[in-house]
Design a protein around this ligand. Structure first.
Ligand code: NAD
Ligand code: ZN
Ligand code: ZN
Length: 346
């Protein structure tokens, strides 16, 4: 089969032919309908050789949806032809965190060598994807795999982040979304669907600000050093009750801290390496800062339900498998509007 692989540190991803995977006991083989392209892959492909955590070559793609093509021995409750989405942050299923349904925070995954598809294990930007356990599959129940595959990360990650802050997003409150890209443009819609908060989006590119407005942001502002002042102006000097940073670079994280109100949540989702010191006189009183990772399977089910209800809709650009390297290039240059989605089987 054809697959898109990151093969050599610092090199661009390549379309290659690899052996067709076959499901072993307990495994499920998917014929991939759609696979999303995430900015995290670009970060991964920029990591230096010294502390690169995965084995190469690595088939990319941690957002996957497909149709069950074959099942391994002992698999029950799922059938050939079922359309499904893949839950990516897979855990051991048994540790304390997994027992709470938080496989994204599995305490034993590293020790057991369990990696998400595309982030250590062979990923979804390929004609077929092998999934280790049927519990990592969520039925699509009529959703279009092309527009819903980004919900497995670009939807689930902001959903998990936002859900934690909902008690603070009361009428009259303000939520800021920094970075109106793949995750950010879904975050804006989630905030509109789940809360009465006024939503302010920040980005550095005008087309992204337009996207932010079109998906429901009340305000869309240029992300520069004047942005915290503008957010304070909009909020009568108080600042925002929740700031979600989908860039995570030092300037955006610093800005997020500067625009946070007393008792606000600052959530750093972007992985660009920024850090926010917290202290009396540094941040407003009782600001909570956190950096979450992905979300739970239960939350993915909820996100898919929201999409089915028509409350959120991912903007997608589609590409054939052979065009995947170009999709990564466009994402790297900030040219993708919404999410780039690869269709490995046309
Ligand atoms: P993306 O490229 O689609 O979107 C990023 C957006 O940020 C773009 O619209 C870009 O114009 C904008 N931007 C760039 N610099 C900016 C700045 N200084 N101020 C405001 N906006 C700016 O990326 P994505 O796929 O949505 O991913 C967003 C981030 O989230 C990445 O860092 C990614 O690695 C990370 N991520 C984290 C998790 C997690 O679990 N924590 C999960 C998925 C993605
Ligand atoms: Zn991702
Ligand atoms: Zn576990």
């Amino acid at each position: 089969m054809k697959a898109v692989q990151y093969r050599e540190i610092g090199a661009a991803p390549e379309v290659v032919t690899v052996p067709d995977p076959e499901p072993g006991p307990g495994q499920v083989l998917l014929k991939v309908s759609a696979a999303g392209v995430c900015h995290s892959d670009i970060a991964v492909m920029e990591w230096p050789a010294e502390n690169f955590p995965y084995r190469l070559p690595l088939t990319l793609g941690h957002e996957g949806a497909g149709v069950v093509a074959a099942i391994g021995a002992g698999v029950t409750g799922i059938f050939e032809g079922d359309p499904v989405a893949v839950y990516g942050p897979q855990g051991c299923g048994r540790c304390a965190k997994c027992s709470q349904g938080k496989e994204n925070y599995c305490t034993r995954a590293a020790e057991l060598g369990i990696f998400p598809p595309g982030l250590g294990a062979p990923g979804a930007i390929a004609e077929y994807l092998l999934v280790d356990d049927a519990r990592f599959l969520v039925p699509l129940h009529g959703l279009d795999p092309v527009t819903s595959v980004p919900l497995t990360d670009a939807g689930l990650t902001p959903y998990h982040a936002i859900k934690r802050s909902l008690p603070k997003l009361v009428p009259g409150s303000t939520a800021v979304v920094i970075g109106s890209g793949g995750l950010g443009h879904v975050a804006i819609q989630l905030l509109r669907a789940l809360s009465p908060a006024r939503v302010v989006a920040l980005d550095v590119a005008e087309p992204k600000l337009e996207l932010a407005r079109s998906v429901g942001a009340h305000e869309a502002l240029l992300s520069d050093d004047r942005a915290p002042g503008k957010v304070r102006e909009l909020t009568g000097g108080l600042g925002a009750e929740a700031v979600f940073d989908f860039v995570g670079a030092q300037p955006t994280v610093t800005a997020a801290g500067a625009m946070a109100a007393v008792e606000a949540d600052v959530t750093i989702v972007g992985i660009a390496g920024g850090a926010l010191p917290v202290g009396i006189g540094t941040t407003a009183f009782e600001v909570t800062v956190s950096a979450p990772y992905w979300g739970s399977r239960a939350e993915l089910v909820e996100v898919l339900d929201l999409a089915r209800a028509g409350a959120i809709e991912v903007a997608v650009e589609t590409y054939g498998l052979d065009e995947a390297p170009r999709a990564y290039e466009r994402l790297h240059r900030g040219q993708v509007q919404g999410r780039a989605v690869i269709l490995p089987n046309g």
